[in-house]
Design a protein around this ligand. Structure first.
Ligand code: NAI
Ligand code: MG
Length: 483
């Protein structure tokens, strides 16, 4: 076990600083015990961080660099993180509760964002638009300036990396509000910034409570653009703050995503996706496969297989789970665990059957058994609302149109999956599914390269892929009258 410093500071204008709101205790989800203290920002800290970002932004010291130079620094930050994976992973496991191998995957994913967007820095080219004789016209993509990023606790490093790397690549400066439940490992981005030559003010990392530092950042008049991942109600308040300042925001607000399994699907392949789809990160994934909609004919057989997957998972302290395998860690907090367990009890009262799991483990920490609910109907609360835990709801359908209707029958629309050995059948479904990403025959198919974001209440704007770069720039058209 690595030693963990007792006190972790915020990072403003290239320096580590205390927080005006004092210190917060970060707990270990696997035990509930105290792990470390984190500096907590107040409104004055937010002001200082935004001012530093704005100063750097208007100096041109970052945005004015040749893109290849910016790209190299961004890529180097990813390499820096990856080189320290052995030091960072145990801390991420201890603050977030995930198995050590999942922590390592998250760190690799974070580094990958810096690689991908570092490589994209040189690609933000404008175009020339013909206006006939007498004119020359061209467009440029100018960085917005100060990008405010409010980060959730489910992937604290990967979510920060996702928005910071793209924003930096195009020349923005960032103020990141780290998640108060697991803020510690974000510190390594500050170390990377210092080590890799990122100018002071280009990346500021402040931890604070959502209603205080988070709300102050979202409403700050000098913020030019906002990125948020989290719950729908918080997304609404951030969009409202953005509207007051007339700045754009990207909202990624989770989902109730469904996998449609047809009777001609490869059921064994699907079952290995269940392990990832709903039990990865203990189900605390915005694009989790939280519903399975299975064709009646194969329902019972598939449920047997899903229950076997769930029951095979060993649930334990993430530090005791170094290797990929049939295992799962703790949930992030008492509140999230109690809420998920409560939603399982509510579902039972509504008539669902608990086919596997359903209970909290009888030990300290925030552990919920891998859970499978059957006899779920589309109107039940558990079929409509995000659990954000290791709870899979199984529903059934008879014909293809009904499957799509059920899949589309929530207010969300983040991702969806369709499993069938007939490509035309899968393509018909993928056309009708209201979701920003559709997975055919493999949940989570895609990567950093593929655009990701929601339909409906899952939000708007796209992260990942080349699309995400457009979040951080505004287009300027220059039209020249030539003699
Ligand atoms: P939340 O949306 O309240 O928190 C996410 C982030 O927003 C945190 O950094 C928090 O400090 C910040 N925040 C909270 N209130 C704010 C405000 N008024 N202004 C600015 N920032 C604010 O989510 P919470 O309460 O942690 O979890 C509740 C539910 O939200 C979960 O059960 C899950 O359903 C959903 N969620 C979805 C996530 C996703 O990946 N889409 C991530 C986290 C939560
Ligand atoms: Mg909240």
């Amino acid at each position: 076990m690595s030693d963990i410093a007792d006190y972790w500071q915020n990072f403003i204008d290239g320096a580590f600083v205390d927080g005006g709101a004092g210190r917060l205790a970060v707990l270990e989800p696997a035990t509930g015990a105290h792990l470390a203290n984190q500096a907590i920002a107040d409104k004055a800290d937010v002001d200082r961080a935004v001012a530093a970002a704005q100063r750097l932004s208007s100096s041109g010291a970052w945005s004015g660099l040749r893109p290849v130079e910016r790209g190299r620094i961004v890529r180097k930050m990813g390499e820096y993180i990856l080189e320290r994976i052995d030091d960072i992973a145990p801390i991420l496991t201890r603050e977030a509760g995930k198995p050590l191998w999942e922590a390592r995957l998250e760190i690799e994913g974070a580094a990958r964002y810096f690689e991908y967007y570092g490589n994209q820095a040189e690609t933000m080219e404008g175009r020339s638009i013909p206006l006939g004789d007498g004119y020359f016209d061209f467009t440029v993509h100018e960085p917005f300036g100060v990008s405010a990023q409010i980060i959730p606790w489910n992937y604290p490093m990967e979510m920060t990396a996702r928005s910071v790397s793209a924003a930096l690549a195009v020349g923005c400066a960032c103020v990141v509000k780290t998640p108060e439940l697991d803020p510690l490992t974000n510190r390594f981005f500050a170390d990377a910034a210092l080590a890799c030559g990122l100018p002071a003010g280009a990346l500021n990392l402040i931890c604070g409570f959502g209603k205080d530092a988070g709300a102050a950042l979202a409403a700050h008049p000098d913020v030019d653009q906002i990125v948020f991942t989290g719950s729908v109600p918080t997304g609404v308040s951030i969009a409202t703050a953005a509207a007051q300042n007339v700045v754009p925001c990207v909202l990624e607000l989770g989902g109730k995503s469904a996998a449609i399994v047809h009777d001609d699907a490869d059921l064994d392949a699907f079952l290995s996706d269940v392990r990832w789809g709903i039990y990865f990160n203990a189900g605390q994934v915005c694009s989790a496969m939280s519903r399975v909609i299975v064709q009646e004919k194969v329902h019972d057989k598939l449920v047997d297989g899903i229950v076997a997957v769930a029951e095979a998972l060993r649930v334990d302290d993430g530090l005791a789970l170094p290797e990929f395998g049939a295992n799962m860690g703790a949930m992030i907090s008492e509140a999230q665990c109690a809420r998920a367990a409560g939603m399982v009890s509510d579902a039972e009262r509504e008539g669902a059957q608990v086919a596997a799991g359903g209970r909290r483990l009888n030990r300290p920490g925030y552990f919920l058994e891998p859970t499978v609910l059957t006899d779920v109907s589309p109107d039940m609360m558990v079929a409509q609302n995000e659990v954000f835990g290791p709870v899979l709801s199984v529903l059934s359908f008879s014909d293809d149109d009904e499957a799509v209707r059920i899949a589309n029958g929530t207010t969300y629309g983040l991702v969806a999956g369709v499993y069938s050995s007939q490509l035309d059948r899968a393509m018909r479904a993928s056309k009708k599914l209201r979701a920003g990403q559709v997975f055919v025959n493999e949940w989570y198919a895609g990567g950093v390269e593929t655009p990701f974001g929601g339909f409906g209440k899952s939000g708007y704007g796209r992260e990942k892929g080349r699309e995400a770069l457009l979040n951080y720039v505004q287009t300027k058209n220059v039209a020249i009258k030539v003699g």
